[in-house]
Design a protein around this ligand. Structure first.
Ligand SMILES: [Zn+2]
Length: 466
């Protein structure tokens, strides 16, 4: 059966006019495809030609891969965009990771179009020398799975070929809400199984995940399962405020209240299991003007402005602790720490790491609120350390339990006032006293690799072969 289907698809591919995939300037933002049922409908075959053309035309920024196949054997393409001439940012730090998917529901073309445009906008921008696009691609990786449900897409139906609602099939409180057609078990479908495998294996450290749909014009953040605000409500509310004040009046709400209770969604999985800041982006339901080919930059311009804001600022969608000073006295450590990110962290600790890399001392846990400066007073009565180790902060980048842990070396001057009876309390560079013993100076820091996330293991336990 699968062989037969593949042959048919190859024949379809061969008959698609090449012009639909070309990206000359006259039709760059025109959704590729043909008018079907009053929509401009991009088939999986047209998408396949298009994304391969992107990879051929722009190998320096487009890395095309497939995360697996649909139930009928269609490749699930992921367009990976970055300036691949550098693995890191120019300063050597890790690039930010953005993950986007579209097309869970096969009849929601405009949402799938927004995923398509989110890739195309940066490709066009790069080609035209647009500085914003260049900056984003130098500092980030954007991974876009444009069409998760190609079988449903080509049959113009919400469901996949097994009549399953893919956006109820994820392993997060699966089938615990009033729902329809969630599948026989979590990840029973090859499409959702492949999507979660990709998240765990390729983008576990993403600081933004946007899943795109069509319906009521709204952006939804977790939870769908519960009416309560999520643990990282500060981050979501700050983004809502920024978007609504400066970019778009699009409503931004908790999914349970903004839409209706829903469980087993990719949004709740993305946040609750992967720890990503996650939005469902619902475009409006007007689809396309019947029989027309619209310029997507016009049709989805406002939505794209919101996406560009979320991508441009991805650096801020986590806690980012920045130590201003570290003062050590006989039995206490006073830490002056800024949080440059817009997410809080609640289980942070200060650690001492000896030359062999072993953590020999860990402070009690402390909290640093989003975009705040905090003075932390830590009990150090049991502290022992040598001069040749290093200090680091160990913390979760967001409040949600699933968010990842990072270990970040502290590279500021560390001041010890234990032998300095006169100066007492030192709070920062400005008050640095030459009498104070400098135990460690700038340059001591060695960037430790954050503890490995057990992604392989998680993957094995989460992914269920169908
Ligand atoms: Zn949908």
């Amino acid at each position: 059966m699968r062989v037969a289907v593949s042959l048919v698809l190859c024949m379809m591919l061969a008959t698609i006019p090449i012009t639909s995939a070309q990206s000359d300037s006259s039709d760059e933002e025109v959704w590729p495809g043909d008018p079907i049922d009053s929509h401009v409908h991009m088939t999986w075959a047209a998408l396949t030609l298009e994304v391969n053309q992107w990879a051929d035309d722009y190998p320096e920024i487009v890395d095309l891969t497939s995360v697996g196949e649909s139930e009928l054997g269609k490749s699930l393409w992921v367009v990976r965009l970055s300036d691949w001439s550098n693995d890191t940012k120019l300063d050597g730090s890790a690039k930010e990771i953005v993950y986007i998917d579209g097309g869970h529901h096969g009849n929601e073309y405009l949402g799938t179009a927004l995923a398509w445009l989110s890739a195309k906008w940066y490709i066009n921008g790069w080609a035209e020398g647009n500085q914003e696009a260049i900056d984003v691609l130098q500092n980030s990786e954007i991974h876009v799975l444009i069409m998760l449900n190609p079988d449903g897409n080509d049959f113009d139906t919400r469901w996949n070929i097994n009549q399953v609602d893919l956006n109820r099939n994820y392993d997060h409180f699966w089938n615990t809400c009033p729902t329809t057609q969630p599948g026989s078990s979590a990840f029973s479908e090859s499409e959702t199984s492949a999507n979660s495998a990709y998240m765990n294996a390729e983008v576990p450290d993403a600081d933004l995940y946007v899943t795109m749909h069509t319906g009521v014009w709204i952006m939804l953040y977790p939870w769908g399962k519960w009416p309560e605000q999520p643990a990282d409500w500060e981050l979501y509310h700050q983004i809502r405020e920024d978007v609504n004040e400066n970019i778009s009046s699009i409503p931004i709400q908790n999914a349970n209240q903004g839409l209706y209770p829903n469980c087993g969604t990719s949004r709740d999985y993305g946040y609750g299991v992967m720890g990503y800041p996650t939005f469902t982006f619902e475009t409006d339901d007007e689809q396309f003007v019947p029989g027309s080919f619209e310029n997507l930059n016009d049709r989805l311009g406002e939505e794209m402005d919101v996406m560009r804001y979320l991508i441009n600022n991805v650096w801020y969608w986590r806690a980012r602790l920045d130590v201003q000073s570290l003062e050590i006295s006989d039995d206490e450590i006073i830490l002056d720490v800024d949080n440059l990110g817009q997410a809080s962290t609640i289980n942070a600790t200060l650690q001492y790491v000896d030359v062999s890399g072993e953590v020999t001392w860990t402070s009690s846990a402390f909290t640093v609120n989003a975009t705040n400066s905090t003075m932390v007073d830590l009990d150090a009565s049991n502290l022992s350390y040598s001069d040749d180790g290093m200090w680091q902060l160990y913390y979760q980048v967001r409040v949600i339990n699933a968010s990842r842990w990072v270990a970040e070396a502290i590279d500021v001057e560390i001041m010890d006032s234990s032998e300095d009876g006169e100066t007492g309390f030192l709070v920062g560079y400005g008050l640095f006293n030459s009498l104070t013993t400098v135990l460690s100076v700038i340059g001591l820091a060695v960037v430790l690799k954050p503890e490995e996330e057990e992604s392989d293991e998680n993957c094995d336990s989460k992914v269920h072969d169908s």
